[in-house]
Structures are given as C-alpha cells and as structure tokens.
Design a protein around this ligand. Structure first.
Ligand code: NAD
Length: 511
C-alpha cells in the first residue's frame, strides 16, 4: 500500500476523487484497481469513487493496527481518557461538518444526520469514563493470607464492519469503547458512504490518538473476508443485513474470533384502543418515515386493533400529506433513498403490495419532490389491510413504506411479533400499564418502547436485538461493549509466609 500525504490520487476517472484508506495516520490510495461509485442520492450523480481494497491492502491496514497496538495497550488510562475527551470536544464543536458529509452521501436530511452524530457522541462520552468501566476487583484473604483479584485486558486488533445507513453513529457504537479499552481498530465502512470514516480518522489524529490505533479500510467482501480470516484480528463487530451478519458470525467464530453481528429488522408498533391516537399517529409517521425508513429501528409494521384502525389510518394519512420529500440540504422532512438500485427495490415492493391485494392508501412513487429529478426518490407510502404472508410484511424493505396489519386482540398482536424471525425493536402505544407490562415481559424482542416508537437505548445501556437481528451474545456499547472488547484474568496471590509451607497434593481449597 502506498501512503500519500495528500488526498489519494484519482485512480479510474481523472475528474472524480477517490476516497481511499487511512493507514497509520496517513491517507493511502491502496494497490487495488477496483473502485465503486459513490452517489449524491439527492441529485443521482456519481460524485466520487471509493477504493475497494485488495487482500494486500487489507493486510497492510491490519499490520499497521497490529504494530500500533502494544504501545496503546500500555498507555495509561489517564492519557487514554485525555484523548477521548479531546475527541469528544472536537466532535461536538465540528459535528456540522460531519453531518454535511453524511447527507451528501447517504441522503438523510441534515437534522437527522446531526441527530445521528449526537447519538454516536453519547458513546464517546460513555467511553470518557473508561477508568471506571475498566476497574477490576480484589478480594483480600480469600484463603488465609491469599488474595484474589481480577482485571480485564484489551484484545488486540479489532475489526468494525458497518452498514450504509448510519455511517457515523454505528461505527461510534463500537470504536470509542474499543479504543478506550486499549485495542487498535480497523474500521471497514460501507462502500456506499465511505467519507465519514475518513473524517473521523482525521479527528482522532487531531485529538492526539497515536497513529495506527484507528485505521480505515475501504472495500467490499474482499476486505471483509480479510478481516474474518486474519489471525491478527481478534474480534469483529459487524452491523448490516441478516444474511451478511450470519456469514460474518459463522466465518469469524470458525476462525476463532469473538464476534457480535447485528442484522436486519422488522419492527412492529402495536396500538391498543386506549392509546392516545394523536400521539400514536405522530409516532407512526416519525418512526416509519424518518431517514426514509432506512433505519434498523424504523417502524415498518403497524399492528392495530381493528376497532380503531380506520381512525388511526385517517390520522396518519392527514399527517403524511404535510410531509415534504426532497434534498436533505433544503430543510425537507425526508430525503432520498441511498442508491438508484435501492429506490427500484423499494418501488418494486410497493408494486408487490398492490399485486398481493393490500390497500395502497398513499403511494410514494412518482410524487413531486423538492430535489433534482434524477435523485433516488420514493415518498412516504402507506398500506392498510396487509396480511402476514405478503412480501411487504415478510421482507425488510428498508424504505419509507409503512404497513398496517389489523388484528382483533392483544394476544394476536403479540403472536404476530413473536412469530417474526426478526427481534430488533418494537413498541406498544397504550395507557394501560398492565398491558404494557405484559408486553415487555412476553415479547421476544431486544429493545422495547412503551409509547416510544424508536427505542434506541442511551449509550450507557446496550443496543442489540434478538433472533435474526443479532448473532452472538453481546450487545453494542454500555457495559456489555467494554466486556466485548476486553478479556478477563483472575490472579491468586500469596506472599511468602511460614504458615503456607508443607506438601498437600489435594485440590486447592480455601482455609
Ligand atoms: P449490508 O449487509 O449490505 O452491508 C453491511 C456491510 O457488509 C458493509 O460494510 C458491506 O460492505 C459489507 N458486505 C456487503 N455484502 C457483503 C458480502 N457479500 N460479504 C461480506 N461483506 C459484505 O447492509 P447495508 O445495506 O449496508 O445496511 C442495511 C442493513 O443493515 C439493514 O438490513 C439494516 O437493518 C441493517 N442494520 C442493522 C442494524 C442493527 O443494529 N441491527 C443497524 C443498522 C443497520
């Protein structure tokens, strides 16, 4: 891999810049000749290209992290804390820049991009408390004049593989904790929006993180496979679709790594007849169409008791008529989808919904938008009378398509959710505490909102779903995050004392 002090040299098309890797504190173009297009989704134009790593490029990035790790592992907690604080201050003061980058490559509206950065910043703030979170324990006199202590140590090089839909927040679920705990990181961002990772790498450098502790490897399956196969990589945090999460989990663990692989989702919001229907309608619109439905915690299935369904659908439809879809830089409510291919896939699902007999209440295809005609547009779409076998219900569409499923009872709603293969998030809207309590107790989902549509936990709790929404047993950030990025040692200590002499071949027991 060739390191350059300037931005990587355009490789394929002279008129377009190429987003490269970040290795040991410098941008690097890589040796591979493969690139992928990066779009501005609101204009539909290719604005840059991203380098797709060769196996050799990936090995060079992993080697750089491995070289930097021992010194960072031995860096005092006090110094690590200072770097984390400096990173937090820089991020807080300059997050507008990062939000603009996100909007230009992902398409989400600027406010939403800023919200994403702020939620990521929460984890940086959590990680600033690293000295408390990494404390071990000591038991004096576990046996006579024998002390037992425990401590946790970093793993080494860890890989983070992230999806397109949160190019800043999802990597920040992991890397502040991994770095605080004393690991060296290789981040493999989505090839659809690769620039946020490079901006974050520069910020780490400015914050005083030693070169090589945070690296960025751009690429696709070749880069992912290199991380999964390298013996130098000790752990992988993956977030993306369920088939790839399963692949990463199976291959990473087969190669002896610790893996947490967060997958796709189908999130249900249940509305009971005693709910505040205005609150529920607002929540359905916000949870269903925020970030054009490209959130793993988006509400995509609205499960409504039949007696209130007409009323709720009416109130949601009213609210949808006021939504403005358009360029995320123009103060619109909702931006475009990430690529033309994804726009076509979402539009295809809308057609499947129509063909399968669902009631298309609001059709988001071909609507007027505040943006370039070539942008990747699908406006908010609402289906009613969706049934569980329809593909608009069974599949994760990952677009602004909300499906209403009508049920007769609470139990029917609960059965529907528990029969679904995904278990990321869910919400219930009700004023009945007993019903809500039963819901939180019996529903087989990892994150639950009670009158909260998108229940993404705060940073000091942990994020993660159940069933096909997470492979592995450790969720992201919070105390579990520190646990994931460290491994434990227990030390039994005795200092010379005459009372300890003598031969005894029996199994050691406390006396
Ligand atoms: P994706 O699975 O296509 O890509 C995720 C990562 O895997 C990317 O870095 C990509 O380069 C890599 N990848 C893609 N194909 C691969 C292959 N064949 N082999 C190895 N690596 C490969 O996901 P996406 O489209 O970028 O993101 C959307 C998905 O992510 C949705 O399913 C969404 O629900 C999910 N997601 C889940 C969570 C969660 O917390 N559970 C959070 C965000 C997104």
């Amino acid at each position: 891999m060739t390191a350059t002090q300037e931005a990587p040299v355009p490789a394929t098309a002279p008129e377009l810049p190429v987003v490269g890797h970040w290795v040991a504190g410098v941008p690097a173009a890589g040796t591979g000749d493969r690139t992928a297009d990066v779009y501005d989704p609101a204009t539909g134009q290719v604005t840059k290209r991203v380098a797709l790593a060769s196996r050799g490029d990936a090995d060079a990035v992993i080697d750089a992290a491995a070289k930097a790790w021992p010194a960072w592992r031995d860096t005092s907690l006090a110094r690590r804390t200072q770097v984390l604080f400096a990173f937090r201050e820089l991020l807080n003061s300059r997050k507008g820049e990062l939000a603009e980058i996100i909007t230009s490559e992902h398409g989400k509206v600027l406010d939403d991009a800023l919200g994403e950065v702020s939620r990521g910043q929460e984890i940086v703030e959590l990680a600033c408390g690293l000295s408390h979170l990494l404390k071990g324990s000591l038991t004096e006199n576990a046996s006579t004049k024998v002390d037992v202590s425990s401590l946790r140590q970093p793993l080494g090089v860890v890989g983070i593989i992230s999806p397109f839909n949160f190019p800043a927040m999802v990597p920040m679920w992991f890397f502040p904790v991994a770095i605080a705990a004393g690991n060296a990181v290789v981040l493999k961002p989505s090839e659809k929006d690769p620039s946020a990772a490079i901006w974050l790498a520069r910020l780490w450098q400015e914050a005083g993180l030693p070169d090589g502790v945070f690296n960025v490897l751009q690429g696709d399956k070749v880069a992912v496979d290199a991380l999964l196969e390298s013996q130098k990589v000790k752990a992988i945090s993956f977030v993306g679709s369920t088939p790839i999460a399963r692949y990463v989990y199976e291959n990473g663990t087969r190669n002896g790594k610790r893996v947490q692989a967060l997958g796709g989702a189908k999130n249900h919001m249940v509305v009971l007849p005693d709910a505040d229907l205005d609150l529920a309608a607002d929540a359905a619109v916000n949870g269903g169409f925020g970030s054009a439905g490209e959130r793993c915690m988006a509400i995509s299935a609205l499960v409504v008791i039949d007696s209130i369904a007409d009323e709720l659908v009416g109130r949601i439809t009213d609210r949808m008529s006021g939504l403005r879809t358009g360029d995320g830089r123009r103060g619109c409510d909702m931006g475009p989808l990430v690529t033309g291919a994804h726009r076509d896939k979402v539009a295809g699902y809308i057609q499947q919904g129509v063909d399968s007999g669902a009631d298309l209440v609001v059709d988001g295809r071909g609507q007027e938008v505040d943006g370039a005609p070539e942008g990747f547009w699908v406006s908010p779409t609402l289906f009613d009378k969706v049934t569980p076998e329809m593909s608009i219900y069974t599949d994760e569409i990952f677009g602004p398509v909300l499906s209403v499923l009508r049920v007769e009872t609470f139990d029917e709603a609960l059965d529907l959710i528990n029969s679904n293969p995904y278990g990321n998030g869910t919400a219930i809207f009700t004023n009945d505490g007993g019903a809500a309590r039963r819901f939180q107790n019996e529903v087989e989902v990892g994150m639950i909102g009670i009158n909260v549509p998108v229940p993404v936990p705060v940073g000091y709790y942990s994020f993660g779903g159940w069933k096909n929404s997470l492979f592995g047993d450790t969720h992201a950030h919070g105390v579990e995050g520190f646990h994931f990025f460290t491994r434990g040692k227990v030390i039994t200590t005795r200092w010379l004392d005459p009372s300890h002499g003598g031969i005894n071949l029996g199994f050691p027991q406390s006396v």
